[in-house]
Design a protein around this ligand. Structure first.
Ligand SMILES: O=C(O)CC1=CCC(=O)O1
Length: 92
């Protein structure tokens, strides 16, 4: 199952820089593991924003929720999920 996910990062401006660096490093490691597993095949920066557009390829809504809620940045992000279905005009 494919999902289009937008993540807007909202880190507090007064967050300790070392805490911030640790969360961002853990986020990178977590996301790169999921990319290697094929569950996170697209990760794109939105130009000019601390936001990304991602495509997840997972088995269920529950799996996606588990993966997203495990993100180290999860407490600091607004996340919007769009489940994707096959378009009838798509050439296969
Ligand atoms: O910087 C972001 O967009 C948040 C994020 C998601 C995966 C990652 O490594 O950073």
């Amino acid at each position: 199952m494919l999902f289009h996910v937008r993540m807007d990062v909202r880190l507090p401006s007064d967050m300790d820089p070392s805490v911030r660096a640790d969360i961002v490093a853990r986020e990178k490691a977590y996301s790169q593991q999921l990319q290697r597993e094929g569950k996170w095949p697209h990760l794109w920066r939105i130009v000019g924003e601390y936001s990304n557009i991602s495509i997840f390829d997972v088995g269920s809504n529950d799996e996606l929720h588990e993966l997203l809620s495990g993100l180290p940045l999860f407490p600091y992000m607004d996340i919007r999920v769009m489940p994707l279905a096959t378009h009838p005009s798509k050439v296969s």
